[in-house]
Ligand binder design. Structure first.
Ligand code: ATP
Ligand code: MG
Ligand code: MG
Ligand code: MG
Length: 474
């Protein structure tokens, strides 16, 4: 089954259960300063869960564009290293706004996954988790659905922080949240990894495909958990992950959609097509995030959302460089992406030229410094091959436009440490210089240091921290 067919099937299934099919919202959250990018299907319904907004329906289903490259849910560092994480992905979701709760949520999920009329997955390949103290969910799975006890794992931290565990979903530090039941697919003993809750759970054998959240609380800034007006349901299934299962492949990167993008990345970087080259996977991942973010109005810049976008673009360009492509290539993948995903997301076609232009401009800009920066990095590593010194990390950042996470990514590939403390010292010194300079400029009768205002975003200096300082959702 093609990825596009699975998306449609999901929406059809939930429409047949009385759900309104609602379009994906923008990747840029609307009037929500607590969130960097849309990171889950429930974001656009946040106020409905909280009771501030009313809709003409009490059940909805979506295929939502998500980006997890900063803030609370950040998977940027996972891309290229796990089989299952992307920066951009599509989350299929069904929602109940005070309508059905645990029983129906679990029943619908099981029916969609295992009924031969729908996906028809073999039941024995599935495992579920419930929140540690959620006996109700446990009983539904075990007694009503018939999932054997050895396939149900209770997960949750009862050691004084009952609502801080993995199996308790929250969109950010504040907002709607609740206990989860997650569904995992076992890709087979030939792949390293253990069942959820085991020491090897981070492996890629048992992959989480679907999370059902029983939305019950609103977490406020001081950590108080206030009950929501009505218990609700929020679910999320990664489209790429369920595609991998149905297409009989292990990694998301092997599904139809990604094969096309990886083929395009190979073509544009002039390397042979292969699903085993990490840089090709990273480029295929990043073109989606970058193109969709630009289509939703994000512009590469030096702070906030624009800086996250710039970092992703530069990472992709650097991976092309690593494959030997020193010319402009990244923007040429937009056409391939538009033909893969433009039917479902027409904005890709409508804004194609604009996306290409923005990416090309970024490529031209970074091309001026990438080669020189790489030269500096290589020679620094010759002198000190175990750790990249903070001064170099700073110089790469300041003079050559290497975001810190990009430098760290290069070092990680080579198993070399990064002197972050040294980098922070350099960054502080620069702040001091800037403060001195602006105090000097303002000297006279006004006692004022412009540095505090100008460099607000630099108060925490790493690029990630800078973004977090601007968008406090992490
Ligand atoms: P994981 O534990 O694998 O990181 P998660 O628990 O962080 O996933 P949720 O926040 O529960 O994920 O999101 C709901 C679903 O969205 C997941 O079950 C998964 O199918 C999908 N998903 C989450 N993060 C990603 C990602 N970075 N790339 C692709 N799919 C994802
Ligand atoms: Mg995660
Ligand atoms: Mg998880
Ligand atoms: Mg989850």
């Amino acid at each position: 089954m093609k990825t596009s067919e699975i998306r449609q099937k999901y929406l059809d299934f939930f429409a047949s259960k009385g759900h309104e099919v609602v379009a994906s919202s923008s990747l840029v959250p609307w009037e929500d300063p607590t969130l960097l990018f849309t990171n889950a299907g429930m974001n656009q319904f946040k106020d409905v869960f909280l009771g501030f907004d009313k809709r003409p329906y009490s059940r909805a289903t979506t295929s939502q564009k998500c980006v997890r490259a900063g803030g609370k849910h950040n998977d940027l560092e996972n891309v290229g290293y796990t089989a299952r994480h992307h920066t951009f992905f599509e989350m299929l979701g069904n929602f109940s706004f005070g309508d059905y709760f645990k029983h129906d949520a679990i029943r619908y999920a099981w029916e969609f996954l295992t009924d031969p009329k729908w996906l028809g997955l073999p039941k024995e390949k599935l495992m579920v988790t419930v929140y540690a103290s959620d006996d109700e969910a446990y009983e539904i799975w075990n007694k009503e659905i018939g999932v054997p006890a050895d396939k149900i794992v209770r997960i949750g931290d009862n050691k004084g922080a009952p609502y801080a565990s993995d199996n308790f979903w929250q969109m950010g530090d504040t907002g709607p949240c609740g206990p989860c039941t997650e569904i995992f697919y076992d890709h087979g003993a030939h792949i390293w990894g253990g069942p959820p809750g085991s020491p090897e759970e981070d492996g890629d054998r048992f992959i989480e495909i679907w999370n059902n959240v029983f939305m019950q609380f609103n977490r406020t800034e001081d950590g108080t958990m206030n009950p929501l007006p009505k218990p609700s349901v929020d679910t999320g299934m990664g489209l790429e992950r369920i595609s991998a299962v149905l297409q009989g492949v292990h990694a998301n990167y092997e599904i139809d959609l990604f094969q096309s993008l990886i083929r395009a990345a190979a073509r544009e970087t002039s390397v042979p097509f292969s699903l085993d080259v990490p840089s090709l996977k990273v480029i295929a991942d990043h073109i989606r995030a970058c193109a969709f973010l630009i289509a939703d109005g994000v512009v590469p810049s030096n702070d906030g959302r624009g800086y996250v976008l710039r970092r992703i673009i530069r990472r992709a360009i650097r991976h092309g460089y690593k494959l030997g492509q020193k010319g402009l290539f990244f923007h040429k993948l937009v056409a391939d992406l538009a033909s893969e995903m433009g039917d479902a997301y027409p904005e890709l076609r409508i804004r194609q030229a604009q996306i290409e232009d923005a990416l090309k401009a970024e490529e031209i800009k970074f091309a001026e410094t990438l080669d020189k920066g790489m030269g500096l990095l290589e020679s620094a590593l010759k002198d000190s091959p175990k750790e990249l010194g903070g001064e170099t990390v700073f110089k790469l950042y300041d003079t050559y436009g290497f975001p810190v996470d990009l430098t760290a990514d290069i070092c990680r590939e080579r198993e070399i440490g990064v002197d972050m403390e040294g980098f922070e010292r350099e960054m502080n010194a620069q702040r001091e210089r800037a403060r001195a300079a602006s105090t000097f400029k303002m000297a006279g009768n006004v006692e004022y240091s412009g540095a505090d205002t100008c460099f607000e975003g630099y108060a925490e200096h790493s690029s990630e921290a800078r973004v977090l300082a601007l968008y406090k959702d992490g």
